[in-house]
Ligand binder design. Structure first.
Ligand code: PMP
Length: 367
């Protein structure tokens, strides 16, 4: 049998594992930061209509520039994120992972480096590796906020080409305040031209406003978003970014032609017609998230302040043993290898009750 390592794969991929959370068949799955609410029936019907229309023209390639979709995404950001943007500022792709990949293909790659502040979203490092970009792990404080002084020193010393700022941060839930982002941006650009990617995949769940207004006057700051979380459409694979029009033009150099299928574009447009309903689900999830924080704290857990649709909790001598105990109670959470901590996604009120009950029982078993 041929194994991967028998193949002439790139040296930096040897011995590495693909990204992936275990998908186990258990009653309560709160491990991948999905939105627990299925799309409302009226939206499902609207998707049917829009996709049917698109199907009549599937013999043709899709709109390569996704102009209608980008126009609607720009309108959504202008309405909700505190800075008017237009179609020229917005670009869309198959998930924000693909947006990040296109940005690294354009602005990083072999001989260049990217820095992120860990623990953070592991795909930032993985996409860096996949694009031949060197990875620098930047520091955080014990409370998981970014250690700005240390970050400024690291940036001055190593002069990265790309800086990742994940706000709210996955897996900790930590929002980054705008002064921190500006200090990182100034430090990065003092060294040399640099692209700062603000990953706001969980932006809609935050207690604080979007960082989008920081883009004004900063042509190398980019904000990435997704319809996977707030829009409850992880299966759709639609991510987008806002940036200076020159950045949008630059990623055209690496995007595959017709990368966004007409079915995807039609579905995303239907979802955008129902933004208000979907944002009401977000409000529900935010209050459930706050309830989980309060109840875990009352149970004696150490809980990281969360601005996302998930909560990091601990502190356990053996977090993996706790993960297994919760699994035995039918609840799947995520062990991100952050020492002492686990992460739970906010589900429906019933799922969250089941999770909290499982924590209560598991803590007793441990004692
Ligand atoms: N950024 C962060 C911080 C994430 O947690 C995720 C998904 N887990 C993504 C980006 C990618 O999301 P998608 O590709 O589904 O848009």
């Amino acid at each position: 049998m041929t194994r991967i390592d028998d193949l002439p794969i790139r040296d930096e991929l040897r011995g590495k594992s693909p990204y992936g959370a275990p998908q186990l068949d258990v009653p309560v799955r709160l491990n991948t930061n999905e939105n627990p609410y299925p799309l409302p029936e009226e939206l499902v019907r609207r998707i049917g209509e829009r996709v049917t229309e698109a199907a009549r023209e599937l013999n043709r390639y899709p709109d390569r520039d996704a102009v209608e979709l980008r126009t609607e995404l720009a309108a959504y950001l202008s309405r909700t994120a505190g800075l008017p943007v237009t179609v020229d500022n917005v670009w869309a792709a198959n998930g924000s992972n693909e947006i990040i990949q296109q940005l690294l293909q354009t602005f990083a790659g072999p001989g260049r480096t990217a820095i992120g502040f860990e623990p953070s979203y592991s795909m930032h490092a993985l996409i860096s590796r996949g694009t031949g970009t060197g990875w620098i792990s930047g520091p955080r404080h014990d409370d998981f906020t970014i250690d700005v002084e240390a970050a400024e020193r690291t940036i001055a010393e190593l002069e990265p080409d790309v800086v990742f700022v994940c706000s709210p941060n996955n897996p900790t839930g930590t929002a980054v305040d705008k002064d921190t982002v500006l200090r990182l941006y100034d430090a990065a650009l003092a060294a040399k031209p640099c692209v700062v990617i603000v990953d706001e995949a969980y932006g809609e769940f935050s207690h604080q406003p979007s960082l989008l207004p920081l883009l004004e006057g900063r042509p190398t700051m980019v904000l990435t978003r997704t319809m996977s979380k707030a829009f409850g459409a992880a299966g759709l694979r639609l991510g987008y970014m806002a940036a200076d029009p020159a950045v949008v033009d630059a990623v055209q150099l690496v995007r595959l032609p017709y990368h966004l299928s007409s079915v995807t574009q039609a579905t995303a447009l239907a979802a955008l017609e129902h933004t208000d309903t979907l944002l009401r689900y977000v409000e529900r999830l935010k209050s459930e998230r706050d309830r989980i924080v309060a109840e875990l704290t009352a149970l004696g857990c150490e809980v990281t302040a969360s601005d996302a649709n998930f909560v990091q909790f601990g502190r356990f001598d053996d977090a993996h043993a706790m993960w297994q105990r919760l699994l035995r109670h039918g609840v799947l959470v995520r062990d991100n290898d952050v020492p002492g901590f686990l992460r739970v996604t906010a589900g429906t009120p019933e799922e969250n009750d089941a999770f909290l009950e499982a924590v209560r029982a598991s803590l007793k078993e441990r004692d």
